[in-house]
Design a protein around this ligand. Structure first.
Ligand code: T46
Length: 133
């Protein structure tokens, strides 16, 4: 089984609109050390193309939609993200690519660690070698 979860966030909504709050605890799987967001990517661009040795992330498409392709070296699946009420929790050692961006797509990422280039595996063959160990 691929090492990911789809989280459904509690929505505090009323006639004034909606709000989602994310705090470590029952509703969120780790302490957030970093937040970044991505927008303005053309539809057919493929981002990612790497795995992380340690990092866990929760990925939220706060606007628009995109597809995340996840691969653990044995199986590959595509997760379509199109709601600010859902978070894709990707754990360690998963190769990810993301593409099929809508023009209004904004991807917000909540990360368990600070930015560390040495945590990235950017070569697919190296990834396959590491996950086979
Ligand atoms: C991931 C997917 C979903 C930083 O300086 N600090 C940061 O925290 C990040 C995430 C990136 N950068 C720099 C490194 C590169 O010069 O921003 C540039 C673009 O990063 P990258 O090519 O890694 O972007 P994506 O969209 O391919 O991947 C990012 C994350 O890096 C990655 O962890 O899982 O989003």
């Amino acid at each position: 089984m691929l090492n990911y979860d789809l989280l459904n966030f509690k929505v505090h909504g009323d006639h004034t609109g909606n709000l989602v709050a994310l705090e470590k605890g029952a509703d969120f799987p780790f302490e957030i050390k970093r937040v970044y967001y991505i927008w303005g990517t053309d539809k057919d661009v493929v981002r990612g193309k790497h795995a992380h040795r340690k990092l866990e992330q929760v990925i939220v498409c706060t606007s628009g939609s995109c597809d995340f392709i996840l691969d653990d070296g044995k199986e590959r699946t595509t997760v379509h993200l199109d709601s600010p009420t859902q978070g894709l929790h990707i754990k360690s050692n998963i190769w990810r690519e993301f593409t099929n961006f809508s023009p209004d797509c904004v991807v917000m990422v909540l990360a368990s660690e600070h930015y560390d280039e040495s945590d990235y595996i950017r070569d697919y063959n190296q990834f396959l070698t590491e996950v086979a160990k």
